[in-house]
Design a protein. Structure first.
Length: 353
């Protein structure tokens, strides 16, 4: 699917020239702040809105002005939208029967999807007797039996409890592998990005601001907005000076060395930049480390917070850094507030944009 320069003015919100290529069989996850346009984008793909400008191609044909029923695109919302007067089986079969698919084929497809989603035993029940997780499985089954060219999921797991969400996430992954359908999945949940996405696109203010594999987007955000949105904790503003492939970033009197002072090939030497270092990339020690890492600073522990599986340590080295220790590492170091420590990280761990 190709979304090419799509604009849609809804009065209080505007999609602004959105372009996306979604590969056949790809699982694309779209994230972004509330009100960034994620749902409006996929509703435009579904045909609920017609673009003011731009076009949408699917399997080599222009579907920009096609009616939703002719697009072979199915959409699942977070609130299920099941038919209350129909049984689970009849809900799942509804679209197939509307297409006048032969009865034997309907039975086969409904049975297959129900078995994959673990709801065949519920086939005679009605939606109001089901849990939220069961209702969402029915909604997904109703969509997947249609064998859509594209399956659109609008925060399909957000209304579920944590355990059900985790279970359904695994089932979505299995369904995607089984059917090979192209999926565009809107969410706020980063766990869904890393467990499901082949690729992720970030939206803000009606535009796509970055796309790539999850690792790339989360570790190397291309702007301050994305860095803040994905939770980059060590984010500093400074002046970048390049010298023979190595960059020095001056941040409040501290010099941070980087080998990645760039933004998609754009020259930023001599300019004000943002520099980020992931907390898990930082080594903490009671004394200087014998290391080839180019960044090593002495500081004072300001705070220690037990975060469950890990321990977060805030260190003031002239600017505040946060580092992450395993529980074992924390216990071995026996850190407490006021302790003098060294923090060390590689120049390649510093991303600047």
């Amino acid at each position: 699917m190709q979304i090419v320069g799509v604009w849609k003015d809804l009065g209080d919100f505007v999609l602004k020239g959105v372009s996306l290529d979604v590969g056949s069989g790809e699982y694309l996850v779209v994230i972004g702040p509330t009100g960034s346009g994620k749902t409006i984008l996929i509703e435009t793909v579904a045909g609920i809105y017609t673009p003011d400008k731009g076009k949408i191609d699917l399997d080599g044909r222009d579907i920009t002005n096609e009616a939703p029923k002719d697009r072979n695109i199915c959409m699942v919302y977070q609130d299920y939208m099941l038919f209350p007067h129909l049984s689970v089986k009849d809900n799942i079969a509804f679209g197939l029967r509307s297409r006048r698919v032969p009865r034997a084929e309907v039975e086969k497809k409904v049975s297959e999807a129900s078995e994959l989603l673990g709801i065949w035993h519920l086939r005679h029940r009605h939606p109001d007797t089901l849990s939220g997780g069961e209702q969402q499985r029915v909604a997904i089954a109703r969509a997947i039996v249609m064998e859509p060219s594209v399956l659109l999921l609008d925060e399909p797991l957000s209304a579920l409890d944590g355990l059900t969400r985790e279970t359904l996430r695994r089932e979505l992954k299995r369904l995607h592998a089984h059917y090979g359908v192209t999926v565009i999945h809107v969410t706020h949940n980063f766990e869904e990005v890393f467990s499901l996405a082949d690729r992720v696109a970030v939206m803000n203010d009606g535009k796509i601001v970055q796309e790539g594999c999850p690792e790339e987007v989360f570790r190397r955000p291309n702007c301050e907005m994305i860095a803040n949105f994905v939770g980059v904790e060590n984010l500093f503003k400074g002046i970048c000076i390049e010298m023979g492939g190595i960059s020095e970033i001056e941040v409040e009197g501290l010099t941070i060395v980087s080998t990645a002072c760039s933004n998609e090939g754009e020259e930023i030497s001599g300019r004000e930049v943002f520099a980020s270092v992931r907390p898990e990339e930082i080594l903490l020690s009671k004394g200087p480390l014998d290391s080839s890492a180019r960044n090593s600073f002495q500081g004072v522990v300001e705070d220690v917070v037990d975060a469950g599986m890990v321990v977060k340590v805030w260190v003031d080295v002239g600017i505040p850094f946060v580092a992450i220790l395993t529980r074992q590492g924390y216990q071995e170091m026996a850190l407490k507030r006021g302790d003098s420590v060294y923090l060390t990280f590689k120049a390649s761990s510093v991303h600047a944009f």
